[in-house]
Ligand binder design. Structure first.
Ligand SMILES: Nc1nc2c(c(=O)[nH]1)N[C@H]1C(S)=C(S)[C@@H](COP(=O)(O)O)O[C@H]1N2
Ligand SMILES: [Mo]
Length: 391
């Protein structure tokens, strides 16, 4: 098979089906039903399982602007590497479409031999893959705030433009080589149908790129021979560069290495000096995490943390670090190095890279650039923990 053929195969395979995770289908009538009327039903049992009455997880913090709604995953209770769908970060630039999967379809058109529409039945009929991958928004860190050989991609095609069904027709474009490499049309997440917030009934999923590329409520994929200057890509996520005469850099693709200590973290309190496990997550859009260093003295010295299996490419990796707190004020932080040997920067290094001064260091950069600065947590003498950057 020549490379063009195999590339097309791969693209078709991913565009055709691919869920984030594929599981058994449940009948619609079995969902969300409290099973108390069934003979012999026990209180607390449900056809669609619910958290225990006294163990409901902490909710997500929310910020709203005139256009954006954002829900933040609570860090301190995060365990392992899979985020429950109910606590998954969510960002939307307009109202959430409420789409009936029975009538849903998306189209692939543009530089193809045969434009085609795909229904949910078409998607489920086609082969699927299941992968563990991260999805991260540019605004994640901050102050709370065989589709079949039928379409036939043409030789001159080089870009993929993806459009959502929301009011603003959220649109983003990616190079076709990326689409052929590992992109998916996802309709399941953690073994269940996508939640409405995550793009039900189907979204594009672009592993390793900023989450802004993963267009939700997918309506169409247009194949082109040039990038599209979409409104969302240029206005929301363009990075103005001092070194480019304040011109914008519209295309930022791969998410750089990043990590965060999830526990202990801001908002928690250490009750007394003694042993505490430091644990957190590290990830990189380039590939696998090679190592995570932890500092418990404000960055003066670093020691390597233990990485937990599995260590997957473009996925959260869990790290652990033994620590005995002596009761003194200190700052703890983690630093990720990925398998390309790219190292997570400090905020000062990140500012220098983007040509930013200390003065305008926080707000603008987190909105328009890939934010992967080292996250320090300050521990006071009384054990209370605060966010050094956004306190
Ligand atoms: N159709 C549509 N797709 C979208 C968006 C949107 O507003 N509309 N927001 C994008 C942005 S900026 C992010 S960070 C991710 C968020 O995905 P999540 O809500 O599943 O975490 O979706 C992306 N895809
Ligand atoms: Mo985002």
């Amino acid at each position: 098979m020549n490379s063009k053929q195999s590339g097309r195969r791969r693209f078709l395979k991913s565009a055709a089906l691919a869920g984030l995770a594929v599981g058994a289908e449940r009948s619609a009538s079995a969902q969300g039903v409290t099973d108390t009327s069934a003979p012999g039903a026990q209180p607390g049992t449900h056809a669609h399982g619910q958290p225990a009455r006294l163990a409901a997880p902490a909710g997500r913090a929310v910020t709203r602007t005139i256009t954006h709604t954002t829900y933040y995953t609570p860090l301190a209770d995060s365990v392992g590497i899979i985020t429950p769908a109910s606590l998954h970060f969510m960002q939307s630039h307009s109202r959430l479409p409420d789409i009936d999967p029975a009538t849903y379809s998306f189209v692939i058109h543009g530089l193809v031999e045969r434009p085609l529409a795909f229904t949910m039945d078409d998607l489920k009929r086609l082969p699927s893959v299941s992968k563990i991958r991260f999805l991260e928004c540019l605004g994640n860190t901050g102050p709370r705030r065989h589709v079949s050989e039928e379409v036939g991609v043409k030789k001159e095609a080089s870009w993929l433009v993806a459009e959502g069904s929301d009011g603003s027709k959220y649109t983003y474009c990616i190079p076709l080589t990326k689409a052929m490499d590992d992109c998916m049309v996802a309709y399941l997440q953690n073994g269940e149908p996508l939640r409405q917030e995550q793009g039900f009934p189907a979204r594009l999923f672009v592993p390793g790129f900023g989450a802004n590329h993963s267009v939700k409520w997918l309506r169409r994929l247009m194949i082109t021979d040039e990038p599209y200057m979409t409104w969302d890509q240029s206005v929301h996520h363009a990075a103005s560069r001092v070194d480019l005469g304040n011109n914008s850099r519209w295309f930022n693709f791969v998410w750089p290495p990043k990590s965060v200590i999830t526990r202990p973290s801001a908002g928690l309190k250490l009750n007394a000096p003694g042993y505490y496990e430091i644990t957190g997550l590290a990830w990189s859009g380039w590939g696998k995490v090679r190592k995570v260093d932890v500092s418990v003295d404000g960055g003066k010295s670093w020691k390597e943390a233990k990485l937990q299996d599995p260590i997957l490419p473009k996925a959260h990796t869990r790290f652990n670090f033994d620590w005995t707190w002596n009761g003194e004020e200190t700052v703890i932080m983690s630093r990720c190095t990925d398998d390309q040997d790219e190292v997570q920067p400090t905020l000062a290094e990140l500012n220098r890279y983007w040509g930013r001064s200390e003065k305008d260091r926080l707000e603008p950069i987190s909105n328009t650039h890939y934010w992967n600065a080292i996250q320090p947590w300050k521990i006071a003498k009384d054990g209370s923990i605060t966010d050094v950057l956004f306190a």
